[in-house]
Design a protein around this ligand. Sequence first.
Ligand SMILES: [Zn+2]
Length: 318
Amino acid sequence: MNTKSDSGISRRSFLISTSMAATAGLLAPRNSFAQADGLVQTARKSAASATITVQKLRGNVSVLMGAGGNIAVLAGRGGKLLIDAGFAGARAKIADALASISSDPIKHLINSHWHFDHTDGNEWLHSAGAVILAHANTRKHLATTTRVEGWNFTFSPSPPGAIPAEVFEDERTLQLNGTTIALKHYAPAHTDSDISVLFTEADIFHVADTFWNGYYPFIDYSTGGSIDGMIRATEANLAKVTGNTIVIPGHGAIGDKSQLAFYRDLLVGTREKVAALKKQGKSLDEIVAAKPTAATDAKWGNGFRSPKDFIGDVFQGV
Ligand SMILES: [Zn+2]
């Protein structure tokens, strides 16, 4: 079922849709992944039953949630531009959600980084008319066999239609539908392929998976991520936004500057605590038992990454 509202969905309906997405998609509780397939297979299989919500933001920008990472959509006569592709298995529901926004054809797809929950739908969106643009490292990882230790999964090269046709190294600016779209590569943070997308006139800032709003983040050390890189990226994000900026995280609810600042403090505080305990010679298990993230575990630890996963990701980098 698709839900759409001109004024944005209510807090309550958002929470419901998020919990449905959590059940169906990548944010599913960690325990369910341990049963049969790994995380990647389970997330892909559950995509067909995902619930997609459409939230209108500002100007002609909306966001689709529920089938992988958040998908931003710029609509207009020049055709739709999407930031990220979600899971391929959610194709029918994503297509319905896109049609509910406008009848403009799909013309452009930008990948915020290479991870499968943001690029799995590349092939069908390309076949539907999208030219795919991404950072050069996104193309590199999609075009070759790539292992992610944190997911215990090795990705085969993507089919030709899923590979970005255009890439850039540092930054790129586009004009479409009366909107300036400024793309900027981060120094390695969540991966080595992360980019931010600023819809300049609407003051909407998509920060890819450098920001998980309300869930502990995954940090992909296998393809260049690190806790220090995540903190640097978050500081860079904070320097760019004002109190008026709408911040689109890679996962979780639409956010703002104050939530970004809370997240920065969470990353910095966890890094300090874990580093101090590691310096004392404590093992990862001992540090997890010391509960350095106790204050936020009830809210932030029920998603894609458990407190133990998150502490492990920080431990690797300090
Ligand atoms: Zn990611």
